[in-house]
Design a binder for this molecule. Structure first.
Ligand code: ADP
Length: 263
């Protein structure tokens, strides 16, 4: 959209100069598009398990009414579908809570070493279930950042959960902290490293899109919602931190978060 404004002159002579203003409507349109796509995707993701639940209820009321074996099997599937809807709603609510706080500054000093230790302890049972061991490699330097402690726990929980779910063949998951400098500024890298199948390069730039999954079949089997990395991205935006993904298929994946470090 373009707007042309005459620049007024004070001597009564008609204007000869014009100010041409270009309005960039593309960004606004893209944001609107993302929002409508999101609502459509979220509705679709919720509708799928709901349709399956309704189907099973009707079958249990009709053809399978007196079949005890079928009832057991169907109830099991229905519990899974209800669980899936519940996880989706939890993730959608998390995402919207985080987006609402997006412009609030973070100021609390948080020690990322403590955060990684907590997440390692919390997810040790999940790792055991997947026959994995979580190892900590925290380095010697303190790694304090300005942050929101609960949100940072959520970031690393999501990353470690993914490393356990998708990297289960790798035997171990490493939580690593390294301090350093970037353009003369102190930084800290907190990484989650797995030794699973990794992520093909063409998928890597899209991983943080809402509902994006590399392999829908196996991600669904892994109880994924496709929102975990979108939540990570939004929290990191608020922290002015970056997410770097390194992965060579067949050799695992490393998700690194890079923060400005408090000295
Ligand atoms: P989900 O809820 O499906 O796990 P995420 O947003 O957390 O959603 O991740 C998006 C997709 O990225 C996953 O479905 C999976 O295909 C892929 N992915 C994420 N982490 C890993 C990993 N450590 N190894 C391999 N693939 C991964």
């Amino acid at each position: 959209q373009i707007e042309v404004l005459p620049i007024p002159r004070h001597d009564g002579v008609p204007p000869v100069f014009f100010l041409i203003i270009f309005y960039d409507r593309t960004a606004a349109r893209a944001t609107e598009r993302i929002r409508t796509d999101f609502v459509a995707n979220a509705s679709h993701e919720l509708r799928t398990p709901l349709a399956s639940l309704i189907g099973f209820i009707e079958t249990l009321q009709g053809p399978a009414k007196d079949d005890a074996g079928a009832r057991e099997r169907f109830l099991e599937i229905m519990r899974d579908q209800a669980g899936r809807m519940s996880r989706l709603i939890d993730d959608l609510l998390s995402l919207s809570r985080i987006e609402m706080k997006r412009h609030l500054p973070v100021s609390e000093p948080v020690d990322l070493g403590d955060t990684l230790k907590k997440v390692g302890d919390q997810l040790a049972p999940l790792a055991r279930q997947m026959s994995l061991v979580i190892e900590l490699d925290l380095g010697a330097e303190p790694a304090r950042v300005a942050g929101d402690a609960d949100e940072l726990i959520q970031v690393f929980s999501n990353l470690v959960e993914n490393a356990c779910k998708y990297g289960r063949s790798g035997g171990r998951v490493i939580l690593r902290l390294r301090t350093g400098e970037e353009h003369g500024r102190p930084i800290v890298d907190a990484s989650v490293v797995d030794f699973g199948p990794g992520i093909p390069i063409e998928h890597q730039p899209r991983l943080t899109e809402r509902f994006y999954r590399v392999d829908v079949g196996s991600s669904r089997a892994m109880k994924g919602t496709g929102l975990g990395l979108a939540i990570v991205r939004n929290i990191l935006l608020r922290h002015k931190a970056r997410l770097l993904v390194q992965s060579e298929p067949g050799h695992g994946a490393t998700f690194t978060t890079r923060f400005g470090r408090l000295s």
